[in-house]
Design a protein around this ligand. Structure first.
Ligand code: GTP
Ligand code: MG
Ligand code: ZN
Length: 295
């Protein structure tokens, strides 16, 4: 039984990349009964039903390390969250929500600050200052000068990476440029998958020559964090960690309580105030949602 990785699912067929080539597979009914739908990124075993035409059926889905829901991709190692210095104006609330969502799934976030050629207002400097304490890698990029492309290339090698972020920040532009140079163009792949029918609603993993896969996603206009208890929100702020646990009250929300060390760190400039203000905002959203649930 060959094993491989699902790179795309469309119309009930799953395209499985194996060392013996790309197979068009159906999923056995058993998965539907289990309520388990195969996803791009799933590591699977297949039974070949037709070697000549490279057809088979998926017999086994491997245990998932992570599941991203928008887009639906399994076993994502990292997400490159792209933000532009301007046009569109950076949506830091969306950025912070995407960072939290990535951490919740154990996916490594990388921040890419794009359109550096438009950076007249030192936005890149402001972003690196605000996010330096998070420890996340921040890569400046520009499609005009190819700034950052080499570093992105290196970061993607051998990993399954999803590009995410607001609409218009330049995700597809970056991926197209990276593909020019390094993404395998297998005739086999483009024959099997009719590109004309490609829709961005279905995530597709694209194989990199140097090893690894990337997926583009359509831009987000809004994004809701799901299933995050508001009391756990603080865990997803690496830049808060040094100050947690020293507040006067145990279970401090860091919103209103006196003697809050997180707020003190904000006042003293150890935590970025924008990051903190958005924390308060997200905390409020999650708490209201929680209260609605039990009404
Ligand atoms: N000035 C400048 N423009 C850029 C840069 N990168 C991309 N753009 C432009 O930004 C616009 C949007 O780029 P896309 O790559 O389509 O953005 P996207 O993030 O894929 O957008 P969605 O698919 O809607 O989510 C295009 O007109 C690009 O030419 C850059 O580094 N500098
Ligand atoms: Mg795009
Ligand atoms: Zn506190």
């Amino acid at each position: 039984l060959p094993s491989g990785i699902i790179i795309k699912g469309i119309g009930g067929f799953y395209y499985v990349e194996t060392p013996q080539g790309l197979f068009e597979c159906k999923a056995r009914g058993i998965f539907r009964k289990n309520g388990m739908t195969p996803l791009p990124g799933d590591r699977v075993e297949i039974a070949v039903t037709d070697y000549e035409n490279k057809k088979g059926s998926i017999t086994e889905i491997g245990k998932r390390d992570s599941v991203l829901t928008r887009p639906a991709v399994a076993n994502v190692d990292q997400v490159v969250i792209v933000i532009a210095v301007k046009s569109p104006r950076p949506d830091f609330l969306l950025l912070d929500k995407l960072l939290i969502a990535a951490l919740m799934q154990n996916i490594k976030p990388i921040i890419c600050v794009n359109k550096i050629d438009l950076d007249e207002d030192m936005e890149y400097k402001a972003i690196t200052e605000a996010y330096s304490k998070t420890g996340y890698k921040i890569i400046p990029a520009c499609s005009k000068t190819k700034l950052g492309y080499k570093e992105l290339d290196q970061e993607l090698t051998g990993k399954v990476t999803v590009f995410a972020g607001q609409s218009g920040v330049g995700k597809s532009t970056i991926l197209n440029r990276l593909m020019d140079r390094s993404i395998m163009k297998t005739g086999e792949l483009s024959e099997k998958i009719d590109r004309g029918k490609h829709t961005t609603r279905h995530a597709e993993l694209i194989k990199l020559e140097q090893g690894g896969y990337v997926a583009d996603t359509p831009g987000f206009s809004s994004f809701e964090l799901k299933e995050l208890p508001y009391r756990e929100l603080e865990c997803y702020y690496p830049d808060f960690q040094d100050f947690l646990g020293s507040c006067r009250f145990t279970g401090c929300s860091h919103v209103t309580e006196p003697g809050c060390e997180v707020r003190r760190a904000v006042e003293q400039g150890y935590i970025d105030s924008g990051r903190y203000n958005r924390y308060v905002h997200i905390y409020g959203l999650l708490k209201a949602e929680d209260e609605n649930r039990y009404k």
